[in-house]
Structure formats: structure tokens, C-alpha cells
Design a protein around this ligand. Structure first.
Ligand code: PEP
Ligand code: MN
Length: 361
């Protein structure tokens, strides 16, 4: 699959998408757009017209009449506009109103029937589409959503990372699981990926930190919710910021370039990467040696009819490693995950020795 960019900028700055969670009134939509457009900072203006709310009774959007306000935004400010579509009717209405870019929300990506309905409605239309990740941390479902839209003939296609639902204690509204968008990039190397820091954070005070992390990970841009009076917003009040706060956030961020052609930089990076490659090779050689010893232990246990798993020994290995790791600046979580993986592999090798090859599938 070959993707074309949804939006492009002449300079090297990331693509910026901003606007209110929901279009509420004509005045609110226009006022926010005017303030955001004033210095040409943003590339695309967002506003939800149809709001997929988790529970009934919450504000479900102004519906099709709000599309006329977006049209006015375009006419008055020259900004391109985007809104969320979740079914055939939304697509037809949005296209009729001249919306420039469509986005598909997390609650739509999660359902192949819904996303297929949107894809079918888009067949034969050349409009950029952005697909948010599904609410659950499922890379394949996200890829599947993108593939369904692509198969409908849409190639100006991008992704938005907006985090994943989570049950339990967390400081995020939707936990980022950064590895998932990174894996999406590995599967679709030329797709643009934007970070929706608003829905990841669910609150104002962490918006910049998450946006910066996305930039450090080489995302192509940001989608952020901006409202003239955030506390009074009809949806997602806690995470919205004013246009002035938004501009301050963007101005305080560092936008690293994806790469540099400077020969000194390239040489230095090559040297460091070479060192990393050597260390990785050493690590794998060591792990191979460790498994050989585990196999010897397996043989010895077999001769003496002793069980493979020795819980007290495993606890001892783990607590020793966590202590040693801390001295080397490695977190307890990291050491535990690594040691568990090594231990699992070790046990598998031992079981193979005890019961023969086919026992370890
Ligand atoms: C939104 O962008 O306002 C929205 C509903 O987002 P999500 O689909 O990510 O929940
Ligand atoms: Mn929202």
C-alpha cells in the first residue's frame, strides 16, 4: 500500500490540527477558528458535528446544521476543516457541505461493519481521511480499518493515535501504549501519524508533555481540542484549552527534525549505532550460553526426577536481578519483564530436554 499525505507544509514543522471537541454554536465555532487562524499556526480546523458519546444523555452533537458553520469558517478564515464521520449519512452530509478532510473516530474503527459502511460510502471520492485507533489496544483492528478505507480507493490516508481504554488506576484518560503506533509505522512506513494528545490526557496539565513525547517519537503532527471557554464546553471540558494556551503550548515545544544530512551527525550516529549493534549481539550470545546451561540443568533434573520449576530459586534470581539492575539505572519493571522472558525461555528449553522436542509447542 502506498499512502499519500493528508496534509503538507512547506516548512518542516509538524501538521497542526486544532479546534473544539464539538461544534456547539455558530459563534463558538467561528470565534475559535478566528483566533486559531490569526497567525497561520494551524493547518486544519476540527469540530465534532456528530458526537459518539459513551453513554446516552450526553451531548450528541448539533448534527448536520453545524456543517454550515464549518463552511463559514472556510470562507472567512481560509482554514481547511475536518469532522468525524461514523456512518453513510455522515459521509454524504459532510461531502455535500465541502468538508476538506474526514476523520473516523475510535468507536467506529473498533467495528468492522461501521468502518466498512463508511468505506463503501467513500468509494470513488477523492478526499483525505484520518483513521483514529480503535478504543482497544489492537494493532490489527487499526490496520484493518485503514485497509478498508484504502481499498475503497482513498490513498490520502493518515492515522491518529488517541490512546486506548483502560480499566483501573491511570493518570491518562486513554493510555498511550506508544509501542502500538510505532508498530503501525513499521507496517505502514509512509503513513502520516498524528497524536491526539487531548484524548490521551483527558486533562489540561499533561497535554504538552504527551505532545512533546509524540514529537520526540517522530509523529507527523498533533490534533488538539481548543475551545474559547473550555470550562463551559458541552463535551470534554476537562481536556480543552483556550486558543492562547494552545499557542503557548506549541511555541514552548521542541520540534526535532526526522533526520539530518550533516555528515558529522551521520558519522557520529553510525558509530553509536554500531556500538549498540555489538552490544545486542553480545546479549544474544550470552543468552544462548545461558540456555545451554539451562539445558544441562534440565538433563540433571531429569536424571534425578526433579520438577523443572523451582519457585524459590526463581524468586531469588528475580530479587537479585532487580537489586543489581537498580544499581545500573534499570527500572524494576524493565528488569522483571526481561528476566521473566529469559526464565520462560529457560523453562521451555528444560521441558524440551525432559520430554522431547514436541512437548514444547
Ligand atoms: C473526538 O475527537 O472528539 C472524539 C470523539 O474522539 P475519539 O474518537 O478519539 O474518542
Ligand atoms: Mn473530544
Amino acid at each position: 500500500m502506498t499512502f499519500r499525505p493528508v496534509l503538507e507544509r512547506a516548512d518542516k514543522r509538524p501538521i497542526l490540527i486544532a479546534g473544539p471537541c464539538s461544534a456547539e454554536t455558530e459563534e463558538q465555532v467561528l470565534q475559535t477558528a478566528r483566533e486559531l487562524a490569526s497567525d497561520g499556526m494551524i493547518d486544519l480546523y476540527r469540530a465534532g458535528i456528530w458526537k459518539p458519546r459513551t453513554r446516552p444523555g450526553e451531548f450528541e452533537g448539533v448534527g448536520a446544521p453545524g456543517l454550515a458553520w464549518l463552511k463559514k469558517v472556510k470562507e472567512e478564515t481560509g482554514l481547511k476543516v475536518t469532522t468525524e464521520v461514523g456512518n453513510r449519512e455522515h459521509v454524504f452530509e459532510a461531502l455535500k457541505a465541502g468538508v476538506d478532510v474526514l476523520w473516523i473516530g475510535a468507536r467506529t474503527t473498533v467495528n468492522p461493519f461501521s468502518i466498512q459502511e463508511v468505506a463503501d460510502a467513500l468509494r470513488g471520492v477523492d478526499i483525505p481521511v484520518i483513521v483514529k485507533n480503535p478504543v482497544n489496544p489492537d494493532l490489527k483492528l487499526w490496520m484493518g480499518g485503514i485497509e478498508r478505507i484504502y481499498k475503497a480507493g482513498i490513498t490520502r490516508l493518515a492515522a491518529i493515535h488517541r490512546g486506548f481504554s483502560f480499566h483501573g488506576e491511570t493518570s491518562y484518560r486513554n493510555v498511550p501504549h506508544w509501542q502500538i503506533p510505532i508498530d503501525l509505522r513499521r507496517n505502514f512506513p509512509d503513513i502520516q501519524i498524528f497524536c491526539d494528545n487531548s484524548h490521551i490526557c483527558g486533562r489540561r496539565d499533561t497535554l504538552q508533555e504527551v505532545a512533546q513525547k509524540a514529537m520526540d517519537l517522530n509523529f507527523d503532527g498533533l490534533m488538539t481540542e481548543v475551545h474559547p471557554t473550555p470550562d463551559e464546553a458541552w463535551s470534554d471540558a476537562a481536556q480543552q484549552i483556550t486558543p492562547a494556551q494552545y499557542k503557548l503550548m506549541i511555541e514552548s515545544m521542541v520540534f526535532p527534525q526526522a533526520n539530518s544530512a550533516d555528515p558529522i551527525f551521520v558519522q557520529h550516529m553510525n558509530d553509536l549505532r554500531h556500538e549498540i549493534d555489538e552490544i545486542d549481539e553480545d546479549l544474544l550470545n550470552l543468552l544462548g550460553r545461558r540456555m545451554k546451561i539451562a539445558e544441562k540443568i534440565g538433563e540433571y533434573k531429569k536424571e534425578n526426577n526433579i520438577a523443572v520449576l523451582q519457585t524459590s530459586r526463581w524468586n531469588e534470581i528475580l530479587s537479585k536481578a532487580v537489586k543489581h539492575g537498580a544499581k545500573k539505572g534499570l527500572s524494576e519493571d524493565f528488569v522483571t519483564v526481561v528476566l521473566k522472558a529469559i526464565h520462560d525461555e529457560s523453562i521451555n528449553h528444560q521441558i524440551r530436554i525432559m520430554h522431547g522436542e514436541e512437548a514444547v509447542k
